[in-house]
Design a protein. Sequence first.
Length: 504
Amino acid sequence: MKEIAASLGLAKVSPGAFGNGVIATKGEILTSTSPITGEALGQVQCADAQSYEQVIKEAQDVFLEWRKVPAPVRGELVRKIGEALRDSKHSLGKLVSAEMGKILPEGEGEIQEAIDIADFAVGLSRQLYGKTMHSERRDHRMYEQWHPLGIVGVITAFNFPAAVWAWNSMIAAVCGDVVLWKPSELTPLTAVAINSVCREVAKDSGFEGVFSLLVGSGPELGQKMSADKRIPLISATGSCRMGRSVAKTVGERLGRCILELGGNNAVTVLPDANLDLVMSGVLFGAVGTAGQRCTSIRRALVDQSIYDTFVERLRSAYKQVRIGNPLEKGILMGPLINEAAVASYRAAIEKAVQEGGEVVFGGKVLSGMPSSLYVEPTIIKAHAGMSLLKEETFAPILYVVPVKDLDEAIHLNNDVPQGLSSSIFTRDLSSTERFLSASGSDCGIANVNMGTSGAEIGGAFGGEKDTGGGREAGSDSWKQYMRRQTSCINFGKDLPLAQGIVFS
Ligand code: UN1
């Protein structure tokens, strides 16, 4: 296991503070442990107060120059980063799997997601369009332009230790910003490795400091960044609790934030659905990444007429899931991230049973595995009144709820605090359109005949309500990483006032 980290050039104790080069720190030593075997993968020396200041100062200095580099030239740097990520896709993907515990195809998939957003950002670097408006005043022209913003603080979670950073930083870099990354304390090695790949490329162009990194061992570092006025934008991914605290602190100083928080995603299954598609979609959505995606399927809202068939077929599909070392071929589900996650898994199942739910598959922590973090994917027959259905448990637990019609399904889909992702399986056009309409799903993502997870980078990613309202990655998410400026130019000989005001 340790060889994986070593193959990427990671030292026994990696530095945890990078600005325009490595910054000395006397912070505590953080050990990264693989959930696969429980064995230590390597260590990182965390940032301390002094290195924090140094990194911010260097980032500020780099920004002053980087913002003047033409956007397509910034895009060229990001293009090279995409190439470097391609070259290291396998080794970085393996490190993601080793440190986070997701299966290798998903670990590599995550690096692919980083490559995809780099490619997207390269194109975007020539498309940071502003609008031109017709002025109401004679001989005036009005237009808007987009300028770089400054330091973008990116706080990422353990479950996507590479891709979410890339969504933010590839876009921020072409926008002329510099990025300060605070990774999860559970996946610091992935961050150090990815950051060094990018910095190596950036160094050649003289802009190594566009990508800074600070590793911390707890929530303090994220809090410090959130309170820091020198960071105009904080983009944070994680729990609703973390998001509330970040939003409060950033809001206090009237900063900007992009939040991508919890999901409690439901799939609606109507009687006319193609059940083969449903099974593949639900299996990947609920069991993939051991249920540790914010987009994982947590609830299946199934028409009562096909409820029993759905449960039976899904049980058969779950029986085929091979659980084990996620680096081994053919394994579909690896471990949970840590003991706390296993405890939440147990607690949720216990509560489900207390509330009248029936475990029809799984429900147990597995013994005889390489670590104590392997659990069974679990199907629970549930009913709409269970309070647990409104909570997100970051584990492979699926609640299957019978519904009488589409209206009830939409009601239940929306009747939770979170609003990230949703989907419907049907062949009926009216049901599809109703689900996607203004009175349909209230989520940031609404899919048809596919699951709720595995979004492509081209769309804006994020959701409503307790999910935080932020949007990252594609579409026009880039606008949040820039400051908009509206300009009006008078090329005439008079100075007419708007709204027809005469001031004389
Ligand atoms: C997350 O879990 O925070 O849509 C991000 C997906 C992935 C990203 C998930 N592309 O499932």
